[in-house]
Design a binder for this molecule. Sequence first.
Ligand code: HEC
Length: 459
Amino acid sequence: MKTATPSRLLSAPLSIPLALALLTAANGSQAQEAPTFYEDALPVFMKNCVACHQPEGPDVGGISAPMSLMDYDQARIWAPLIKNALATGYMPPWGAHERHRGEFKAERYIDKDEKELLIAWVDGGALEGDPAAAADEQGLLSSIVGAGMPESGWWIGEPDLVVEFERPVHVPDEVEDWQPTIQMHYPEGAHSNPRWISKAELDPGGPWVHHIVSSHMGVGVPGRGPFTYPEGWGVLLPEDPFITVNMHYHKDTGEGTGVYDSTRAGFEFYDDGDVIDYVVETNLLPHRGWTIPAGDPDYRVDNTHEIEEDIYLLSMGPHMHYRGKAMRYELEYPDGERETLLWVPKYDFNWQFLYEYKEPKFIPAGSTMHMSWWFDNSEANRWNPDPTADVEYGPATTDEMANARIYYAPATPRGIVVGRDMPQDVLEKARAAEQLRRERADLLDLTEDDFGWLTEDSP
Ligand code: HEC
């Protein structure tokens, strides 16, 4: 995601004392010095928030921001919630601890000074100020709005191939939770040879799409952007007439709540002559066999995973349900040295991020991954579906999970030339994954949740 930094903030960063002074001024007699929307808050919103909070806010994996923060009237109405969202760290949405700043793609951190300034603006009465002061921001404004959803409607640009349901899927009024397995068809003749995916994007039909899983597109969940693989990294899409996806719908019930879902998926492929060195593999790393006692506010489970060959780690995707509280991936190198790969201190089920390295990380054979999950099964956890229940690993959202998905590739480059080589091992694996999904489709179990079936990819 592109962000621009207002030059004013760069050249003269607001210090905390200054922000505090502004705050004091707001409460004191010099109210005219309280920060205003156009002079002070807008540039900060532009830098940190407007990528999502703009008119017709772009779809972020199925959810859109509820208001535009470029608009004074809306920002003023939302001011108390803005303060709250900033103070709690709920916005901007991002789970990785500050210590990881600079490590992952599309990270979202707001500088402390900027946060203080916005809070001072709210406390000072969310004043408007002089719209003319925003004139400088006009250029910036267009550059950021331009960084929102592209005109094509796809973050990845105009896809080489789009797949859709044959007809919209009806999710009736009475349905609250439904997990059908459905086929998405390729347009006639559009995909007659296996091709290497460089980018994949799921375009959920609406906020009722809880998540989507397929073997070739990854997992689409709220808060997750498209998959854009690094150069030379790819996933093979076999030449089937369709792709099988597991949908998970979740919505309110009652008259008029029924919807027609037209979720789509788009792909961009590598061109002939491009070289694929790293074939993306995934492992869910699920951990079962524990019971979280009823009411326990801080229950921890641990697991380990041995790295058997040299790999490049591309990304990590922690997964728990509503009692999930925090999660950590730690690496123990063969020499015993330890490194925290990912620390998510405030896990939020509603935002399931995939933490993707800016540069895939080399992990030597013989290393051990230590994963830890923390759960809050007390009634203080406002998301807790039932604090009186002992909870185990299970598919329903009222059960729990302790997964630590990783995407990675063996470190030895494969040197596959697109259009010339078609490694049989990769092709067979890709076909088998799709086949398995289809067979399971016959055994459709509507209470089944989540990505448990993906474990067939596990080594
Ligand atoms: C990645 C996109 C994204 C960014 C960046 C972002 N937001 Fe949001 N925001 C959302 C979405 C989506 C929602 C609605 C869903 C929700 O409330 O969880 C939301 C909701 C909110 C809410 C309502 C919360 C509530 O309690 O109902 C506030 C306030 C808010 N954002 C403020 C901000 C501020 C201030 C920033 C910048 C510092 C920001 N957001 C950055 C996507 C974003």
